[in-house]
Design a binder for this molecule. Structure first.
Ligand code: MN
Length: 248
């Protein structure tokens, strides 16, 4: 099995190195990751300047340090290596739950893999005062990957670890909570106004969601899809507002 390992925290992130180490049990690993942090870049791709990379070695792995986004790394990695089977992205230093699917670079790398017809699995862990306890994550991640990599029917997955030793593992759906949308102004030392966008959720965590699982000490595994069409709404609106040639 050919495995590309990438992330959005940058090629020197300890989470990436742990993921590569665990992945190596299942196949041949190549690391292709951004040269600097690309967190919250979402599915951005580089299109107005050329991409370059430097080959390096990380913990004995063939690695490429790319001056681009996570999605760029996956595109390059799959271009330069024939028959890549799966892209693993992470382990992100910070959870990627709910709405972060839209801005997460970690998830974007897995999505890019799915767009290229490969399997993509994003892995994230919470950061509080300390970095995640990678030593305690390792055996759980190895067992999980063993299961997931032998289940070809799921090709895009978002995995989040809870803080501390996991109580178990759950299949979950994406939590979507609305935010209060407050933008808090402040002053910088030069007296200029700046802003912080706060993210205070309005609703409670719903049972069965990714956030619920992690809050309750479980590893969360959410199958995602690339098609975000609201099929229910589409069917309803087609009935309600039929569009004809004359409407065009
Ligand atoms: Mn990140």
């Amino acid at each position: 099995m050919r495995i590309v390992v990438t992330n959005d925290d940058g090629i020197y992130s300890p989470g990436l190195h742990v993921l590569a180490e665990v992945a190596a049990v299942f196949g041949d690993v190549r690391i292709v990751a951004p040269d600097v942090e690309q967190s919250s870049m979402g599915h951005a791709i580089t299109h107005a300047r050329p991409l370059t990379y430097r080959p390096i070695t990380i913990d004995g792995f063939e690695a490429y340090r790319v001056n681009g986004t996570p999605a760029d790394c996956v595109a390059l990695g799959c271009h330069h290596w024939d028959r890549v089977d799966v892209v693993l992205s992470g382990i992100n230093l910070g959870l990627n739950l709910g709405n972060s699917a839209w801005h997460s670079g970690t998830l974007a790398a897995a999505k890019q893999a799915a767009l290229l017809g490969k399997r993509g699995i994003a892995v994230s862990a919470p950061v509080h005062e300390n970095e995640p306890s990678f030593e305690s994550i390792k055996p759980h991640l190895a067992r999980l990957l063993d299961k997931l990599l032998h289940a070809p029917e799921v090709n895009l997955l978002n995995v989040n670890f809870p803080a501390g030793e996991p109580e178990g593992i759950r299949w979950t759906r994406q939590s979507v909570r609305h935010y209060d949308g407050h933008v808090v102004p402040g002053k910088d030392p030069m007296g200029r106004t700046h802003f912080w966008i706060t993210v205070v959720p309005i609703e409670q965590t719903e049972e069965g969601t990714d956030r619920w699982a992690v809050e309750n000490g479980f590893v969360s595994v959410t199958p995602l899809r690339l098609d975000i069409t609201d099929v229910e709404a589409l069917n309803a609106i087609e009935e309600q507002i039929p569009l004809t040639l004359e409407d065009a």
